[in-house]
Every structure is written in structure tokens, then in C-alpha cells.
Write a protein that binds this ligand. Structure first.
Ligand code: 6GU
Length: 225
């Protein structure tokens, strides 16, 4: 899979050199291209923003650099992603869908956002998704894009060593994960649940499922039908 990013802060994406995603990138399983939007401007000051039509606070990203960048970076089967607090909620299901794409292009807006015509134009030429991490506001799309890249990359076969961990973790089955414990069996007066020491695999599986259901009902009732 290839993932390109358009941003005015390319340094944010240095984090992609670390850990499992860094290794998958070195081995060629994932290919990243991080591009500075200012390279698609033509004025001396590399201007990417301007005042909003209709007035109001803040600045809006001008459409021209985005248009030129998309023309250069997007191809026939690109999925163009705009991280935005006004987008559809980014879920594990959407991460799975994106993980089967050949090419994703993440467009990171700053300021009050990108001129809306950029999204409209992109929709006329490519598959577009406007995606939000949740109901809070970040300063720009970069941190959201990093979260989306990590959630999608780790679903690409071979990126995570242990494929079983993909099946067992939170959200894979629509429930929160069960609690985990390791040695020592007693720590600061707290003991590991007895059942986990029993060696009874069927009983352990049933206990874990029960824990998942209880936790989800308590912490995230919205996830239960
Ligand atoms: Cl995708 N972008 C920004 N700027 N803020 C957010 C977000 C995205 N998701 C939640 N808050």
C-alpha cells in the first residue's frame, strides 16, 4: 500500500519512521510520501491561506495549491482523505475498508479549514472520504492523519507480526478488549483473577467474553445494539 500526505508541517510525520510502521516502510510493505503543500505555491512567501469570504474568524486554505498537489499526487484508484472535525466518524470498520486500498492520499488542513471547493472538486475525480477522529477539535489534520495511518497500516497483512492480536483486540468484534495480566501473580496486594491460572482454556475464553460484555455495557453502552 502507498500512503501520501499533504501538509504544511511535514515534520509531524517523522513518527512514521518508528516501530512496526517504520519497519514495514523500510521493508517496502508500506510506502510513504510526505509532501509540503507550500511546494505547490508560486509566490515568494509560499502563501497557503487567505481571509474567508463572508467574514469571520481565522484564515482558510486557498484552493490553488491543493488543486495542483492533487493533480500531481492522486491517480485513478486513489482514496483521497480529508481529516476534519466535520467529517464522518473514523471507526475500525472504516480503517478496514481503507486497508484494502492501493493508494491513500491524506490532505491535512490547518486554520479554519480548506476552501470547500477542493473537496467538491476531488469528489468529481476520485473516491473521497471526509473523516473525524471524534467530537473534539485539534489544531489541524496532522495528528488525526497520523492516527488514521497507524490504524490502517497495522491492518495491512505483514505489518503486525502476530495476526491473532488483530482478531482479539478492542473493537475487532465490536466489544472492548478483556483485561490482561502478567507475572507476578501477586502485586501490591492485588492478585490475578484465579481463573486465568486454572489452565482451563474453555473457562478462560468464557470469562474473557463475559468481561468484554460487562466492560462494554459499563463504559461504552453505545457499542451494544
Ligand atoms: Cl480529523 N481534524 C481536526 N482538526 N480536529 C479533529 C479531527 C480532525 N477529529 C477530531 N478532531
Amino acid at each position: 500500500m502507498r500512503i501520501d500526505v499533504l501538509t504544511i508541517f511535514p515534520e509531524y510525520f517523522d513518527a512514521l519512521k518508528i516501530s512496526l510502521i517504520g519497519k514495514a516502510s523500510s521493508s517496502g510493505l508500506l510506502e510513504f510520501g510526505i509532501h509540503d503543500l507550500r511546494d505547490f505555491t508560486h509566490d515568494r512567501h509560499k502563501t497557503v491561506d487567505d481571509t474567508p469570504y463572508g467574514g469571520g474568524a481565522g484564515m482558510v486554505m486557498r484552493p490553488e495549491p491543493w488543486g495542483e498537489a492533487l493533480d500531481k499526487l492522486a491517480v485513478q484508484d486513489t482514496v483521497v482523505v480529508f481529516p476534519s472535525p466535520a467529517g464522518q466518524l473514523f471507526t475500525q470498520g472504516i480503517a478496514s475498508e481503507l486497508a484494502s486500498s492501493r493508494h491513500i492520499l491524506l490532505c491535512c488542513g490547518r486554520y479554519e479549514g480548506i476552501d470547500e471547493r477542493v473537496v467538491e472538486h476531488a469528489k468529481s475525480r476520485w473516491t473521497v472520504r471526509v473523516l473525524s477522529l471524534g467530537d473534539y477539535v485539534l489544531n489541524g489534520g496532522e495528528v488525526a492523519a497520523l492516527a488514521m495511518i497507524e490504524a490502517v497500516s497495522r491492518l495491512v497483512p505483514g505489518v503486525i507480526g502476530n495476526e491473532q492480536s488483530l482478531i482479539e483486540e478492542s473493537h475487532a468484534d465490536g466489544l472492548l478488549e478483556y483485561p490482561s495480566f502478567t507475572k507476578p501473580s501477586e502485586w501490591r496486594g492485588l492478585s490475578v483473577p484465579e481463573i486465568l491460572l486454572s489452565g482451563d482454556h474453555a473457562a478462560i475464553a468464557a470469562w474473557r467474553k463475559q468481561q468484554q460484555i460487562e466492560r462494554t455495557r459499563l463504559i461504552r453502552p453505545d457499542l451494544i445494539d
